[in-house]
Design a protein. Sequence first.
Length: 105
Amino acid sequence: MNALKRFIPLSGLMVVIAYLGFHAWTGEQGYRSHLTLSSEIADTRQQLAEVRAERAAMEDRVARLNDATPDAEIDVDYLEERARAVLRFAHPDEIVVTLDADPRG
């Protein structure tokens, strides 16, 4: 009986440690959640970099066609290229080859 009285506090302490350890690993703010969130953050940062690159490309296209400042000049070659692409015009002596964007077609 005396050995059992010494074992009860120790077993209670072991149960508390096991409970806290389990929740530290699997809880809402546990280590597994931390790993999952870190992975999601890395993916989101990659997407952000792609979107920023796309935005920079779009801003460059707009800057080529925009003459907001009085001393700015429109890039005539780029304007002609875009007009041909959008309106599908070509000179009579040109051969035009169109490619599908989706190769699976």
